[in-house]
Design a protein. Structure first.
Length: 208
């Protein structure tokens, strides 16, 4: 029986070393490469043709979502398991829509990694019940538009309405209208609560 060929993609060497150690303990796994960013992951996937890619979502040069989409498009036979420290439904949804076959939080790796790799290799989808419930819980809520997400990210950076208006080349009244829509869609009372909820759900991230 041929081993499951696995490629690791994470920008933290310590994380990669830990994952490699776990994989090396399994006789049916073969580590075929390690990448520290999304572009490296795509290049190695094309070169090594792994069966499964373990893909971190937050990496430099090309993030995990873009790398998942690229590999899925170019190498549809490769199964991808997304790894993240974020448990927001928006992060999960983006990874699955890009082509990931599963999603694991990094604090689940010691207990779920081996079985998850085997499952996605077999063609199954992997989404722990806690994450599936979170995803389902927001399935029927109206989505924020790209402009609303941009405005909310600027609010999270501490910008006021006039500053945001200058950033997006719109009027302050337009910004107010976007914020009203955001508050309504997220079911919150004000912009501060909107930022808190958006960060928890992974709709925006600090630093973006």
């Amino acid at each position: 029986m041929l081993p499951i060929r696995v490629l690791l993609a994470d920008d933290h060497p310590v994380v990669r070393a830990g994952l490699a150690s776990v994989l090396s303990e399994q006789s049916d796994f073969e580590l075929v490469g390690e990448a520290g960013d999304g572009e490296g992951a795509v290049a190695l996937a094309r070169e090594r043709r792994p069966d499964v890619v373990l893909m971190d979502l937050r990496m430099p040069r090309m993030d995990g979502i873009a790398a998942i989409a690229r590999i899925t498009r170019d190498l549809p036979e490769v199964r991808i398991l997304a790894l993240s420290t974020y448990d927001g439904d928006a992060d999960i949804r983006r990874a699955l829509e890009a082509g990931a076959r599963g999603y694991l939080l990094k604090d689940m790796l010691l207990t779920h990694l081996v079985s998850a790799v085997r499952a996605v290799h077999a063609g199954d989808r992997v989404l722990p019940s806690l994450l599936a419930e979170r995803l389902l819980g927001h399935s029927f809520e109206p989505e924020l538009t790209e402009r609303e997400l941009e405005v909310l990210a600027l609010v999270a950076r501490g910008l006021g309405n006039k500053e945001i208006a200058r950033k997006i080349s719109r009027s302050s009244e337009t910004v107010k209208a976007h914020l009203k829509s955001i508050v309504t869609k997220l079911g919150v009372a004000n912009r501060t609560e909107a930022v808190t909820v958006a960060l928890a759900r992974g709709l925006i991230h600090l630093g973006q």
